[in-house]
Write a protein that binds this ligand. Structure first.
Ligand code: XIL
Length: 364
C-alpha cells in the first residue's frame, strides 16, 4: 500500500498531463508485477496494426497463445518446427519483454504419436520419459537465456485436487510432473519454471496444486511457483477464495496470473473451468451481446477487474506477472469456447483496439 501511495504521488508530481495520458499498465505496475499478453501468430509477426500500439504502451511480457504447444512445435517424431517460435522470441527480445514459453507438458494440443510406438502400441514408462526429456531439453536449450519463464506442466490436476488421468499420468505415473521440472531445470537453470492450471481459486484444486508443488520442491527440484490461469467470470472468484489461494501459494514461491480473462456471457451448463476440449451448443439466449454489451454487465465487468487488480496489488510482493489471454476482445478464444461463434468481451481492449474505461480506473 505504501508503495502505491508513493508511486501515485511521484506520478502526480513528476508527470505532465501528456505523460499521464501515455502511462501504460506496465508503467503503473512497474514496482508490482510485469504485465503480459498472449499473442497470436499475426501479432508477434507484427501484422496486426491494432495490437502493436497496445503492446507498446501497456505490455512488458508476452506468451505465445498456441505456437509453442506440442502439436505445432513438435508435429512429428523427429521433426521440430521452430520458425514461428523463433520469431515470437525475436519479437520479445527486441522489445525487452519477459518472455514466457507455453507449454512443455500438457495433455491437449498434442499428437497421439507422442504416447505410442511405431506400431501404435503405448510406450513404456521409460520410453515416454525419454520422449518427454528430449522434447523439453531440445526446446528449453534452444531458448536458454532468451525465454525467461516456462509453463512447464499444464493442467495436471482434477477439480478435486487429485491427479488427472492423462496419458502422461497413466504411462509414467505421478512423478511425470517432477521429472518435467527436473529436465527443464537441467536445460536452463536460470529460467522461471511454473506449474500452471485453471480453477486454482477453488480450495480443493488449490490444495492439490500446493501439495504437488511442495512435494517436488521437497525432492530438491526447483519450481519457481504456481501459475493461476485466471479464466474467470463476472461473479467468480470471490475475494476470500482468491486470497485463500494466494496465501496458500505465496510460501511456495512466485505466483503468476497467466491467462486472465473475464467471461461476460451466460452459460447454459453452468460450467466454470477451461477444459479446451469442451463443446456446448449455440443458441440466441447465450449470445445476448452481439450488438454490444449492456450497461449492467459492463458495470459488473469493471467491478470484477477492479477487484482483481486491488487484490493483485495487495499481493504484489508475491505476484510476479499478470498476463491477459489475448490483446483485444476480438482476438479472445472466449468468442469460440466453449460455444462457437459468440460475441464475448473478456479483455481490456475492445474490438477496435480502444482502451476500455476500466483501464483508467485501474491506473487511477
Ligand atoms: C487456448 C487458445 O487460446 C485457443 O486459441 C486454442 O484453440 C485452445 O487453447 N488453457 C491454456 C491455454 O493453458 O493454452 C488455452 O489456450 C486456454 C486454456
Amino acid at each position: 500500500m505504501k508503495k502505491t501511495i508513493l508511486f501515485a504521488t511521484l506520478i502526480m508530481t513528476a508527470c505532465t498531463p501528456e505523460q499521464e495520458e501515455n502511462l501504460g499498465l506496465k508503467d503503473a505496475f512497474s514496482d508490482d508485477f510485469v504485465i503480459g499478453m498472449a499473442l497470436n501468430t499475426q501479432q508477434y509477426k507484427e501484422q496486426d496494426s491494432r495490437a502493436l500500439p497496445i503492446l507498446n504502451k501497456h505490455v512488458n511480457s508476452i506468451t505465445p497463445e498456441n505456437d509453442m504447444k506440442w502439436m505445432y512445435i513438435h508435429p512429428e517424431v523427429d521433426q521440430f518446427y521452430f520458425d514461428d517460435a523463433d520469431q515470437f522470441v525475436e519479437f520479445g527480445l527486441k522489445r525487452g519483454d519477459f518472455i514466457v514459453g507455453h507449454t512443455l507438458v500438457w495433455h491437449n494440443q498434442i499428437p497421439d504419436w507422442v504416447f505410442e510406438d511405431e506400431s501404435g502400441e503405448p510406450l513404456s514408462r521409460e520410453e515416454l520419459l525419454e520422449r518427454m526429456r528430449d522434447h523439453i531439453t531440445t526446446i528449453v536449450t534452444r531458448y536458454k537465456g532468451k525465454i525467461d519463464g516456462w509453463d512447464v506442466v499444464n493442467e495436471a490436476l482434477n477439480e478435486d485436487g487429485t491427479m488427472r488421468e492423462s496419458k502422461w499420468y497413466q504411462i509414467i505415473g505421478e512423478d511425470y510432473v517432477a521429472k518435467a521440472f527436473q529436465f527443464a531445470h537441467e536445460a536452463d537453470p536460470e529460467a522461471h519454471l511454473y506449474y500452471n492450471d485453471y480453477n486454482l481459486h477453488l480450495p480443493d484444486k488449490a490444495d492439490g496444486a500446493a501439495r504437488l508443488v511442495a512435494s517436488i520442491q521437497a525432492q530438491g527440484i526447483p519450481v519457481t511457483g504456481i501459475g493461476m490461469q485466471g479464466h474467470w467470470g463476472l461473479d467468480y472468484p470471490s475475494v476470500p477464495v482468491l486470497k485463500r489461494s494466494l496465501d496458500l501459494f505465496a510460501p511456495l514461491g512466485l505466483i503468476a496470473i497467466t491467462e486472465l480473462d473475464i467471461d461476460v456471457l451466460p452459460s447454459a451448463s453452468g460450467y466454470r473451468g477451461a477444459d479446451v476440449t469442451r463443446r456446448e451448443d449455440l443458441f440466441d439466449e447465450i449470445n445476448p451481446f452481439v450488438e454490444g454489451l449492456s450497461d449492467s454487465v459492463q458495470t459488473l465487468f469493471d467491478k470484477q477487474y477492479h477487484m482483481l487488480f486491488d487484490v493483485f496489488e495487495e499481493y504484489s510482493d508475491n505476484i510476479h506477472r499478470v498476463t491477459f489471454w489475448g490483446v483485444t476482445d476480438g482476438d479472445s478464444w472466449k468468442n469460440d469456447w466453449p460455444v462457437e461463434g459468440r460475441t464475448n468481451y473478456p479483455l481490456l481492449f475492445n474490438r477496435e483496439g480502444k482502451e476500455k474505461s476500466v483501464i483508467q480506473e485501474i491506473l487511477d
